[in-house]
Design a protein around this ligand. Structure first.
Ligand code: NCD
Length: 328
């Protein structure tokens, strides 16, 4: 069932064109466009909660999801977002060839481009893959994670989650903890949080902290209790063993002891602290189930819900920009 025409018209009137032709990194946004996308996403949250009904904002448009890496929530989230907007969706799980990744990517992109999609959502293990692809195709490209580089829709959905929980993100202190070095989620979040005025701390073992971390303008801590002290939000990261060459942590048991989030360590944060995790979680490695499942503390399920709404806003704004450009 589709939403009544009046609802679609109301949303159409509030649509803002995306500031850039593609969404490759957090730096493609600026503070006014972040606020506008979050306002739009808030509307989509309300509509999604009413259940079932789709909009016809993207009727006749085609969104292709091209995932060269495993994904559950991100690919499902983009697929649901596109369908809720009335788009035709095609989702492809491609296996990344370790030999000729670049060639595979460009060949596949050329093939898909010939089918004239409006938006191509891509996840690939190579940092810069989405940017490369955006130069080869005629449609809008959304980066759904490129290696350890960026995952900008995750940062946007995280900000939507924080804005709804706290009202304003500009006076928050956010600690991003754990395997920062391998995390595209961390890079996109640092950039977006700083853009919107929040203070960001990076907390983790020296072996998992990128050498350039201090240049990002964050405080860097190698002690959990110290790093969490007075924080409003604790964002835990997955220990990304698949991206590690050699052993950077002694054992997962040791890791939990020093870097795993439990009640004792969390007690050092500010009163009313909320905990986030982009998923998938390694319970008992970077986070204790006791925290992850506590509805008064954990925002993890909210993040999944906000993911659909934030991606609906991104897709709608990218298509709006294309329509405006085509009409000019
Ligand atoms: C993250 C990713 O794939 O970058 N997950 C996600 O998109 N929800 C984080 C991770 O894999 O740990």
């Amino acid at each position: 069932m589709t939403q009544p025409a009046a609802v679609t018209e109301d949303i159409r009137a509030r649509l803002v064109p995306f500031p850039k032709p593609h969404f490759l990194s957090s730096a493609d946004l600026d503070p006014p466009s972040v606020e506008a996308l979050l306002d739009l996403a808030d509307l989509f949250v309300d509509l999604n909660r009413q259940g079932g009904r789709t909009l016809d904002l993207l009727a006749g448009r085609t969104v292709v999801n091209l995932f060269f890496e495993n994904s559950t929530r991100t690919s499902a989230s983009f697929e649901i977002a596109a369908k809720r907007l009335g788009a035709d969706v095609s989702s492809l799980q491609a296996q990344a060839s370790s030999v000729a990744k670049g060639e595979t990517l460009i060949d596949t992109a050329a093939t898909l481009n010939a089918m004239k999609p409006d938006v191509l959502v891509v996840r690939h293990s190579g940092s810069g893959a989405a940017a490369l692809l955006s130069q080869k195709v005629g449609c809008a490209v959304v980066n759904a994670g490129d290696g350890r580089h960026e995952h900008p829709t995750q940062a946007l959905l995280d900000m939507l989650t924080m804005r709804r929980a706290f009202g304003d993100v500009s006076n928050l202190t956010v600690a991003i903890c754990g395997d920062v070095g391998h995390s595209r989620v961390a890079r996109s979040n640092v950039a977006l949080l700083q853009m919107m005025g929040a203070r960001v701390r990076l907390v983790g073992p020296p072996t998992l902290m990128p050498s350039e971390a201090r240049r990002w303008g964050c405080e860097v801590h190698h002690d959990m209790r110290e790093g969490l002290s007075g924080c409003d939000v604790v964002m835990m990261l997955r220990l990304q063993l698949e991206r590690m060459e050699g052993a950077l942590v002694p054992s997962t048991r040791e890791y939990f002891r020093f870097w795993g989030l439990d009640r004792e360590k969390l007690a050092h944060a500010a009163p009313g602290v909320r905990v986030m995790h982009p998923g998938p979680m390694n319970r008992g490695v970077e986070i204790d189930s006791d925290i992850a499942d506590d509805p008064d503390i954990s925002l993890i399920q909210d993040q999944v819900e906000m993911g659909v709404a934030a991606r609906m806003a991104v897709l709608a704004a990218l298509v709006t920009r294309r329509e405006e450009e085509a009409g000019r």
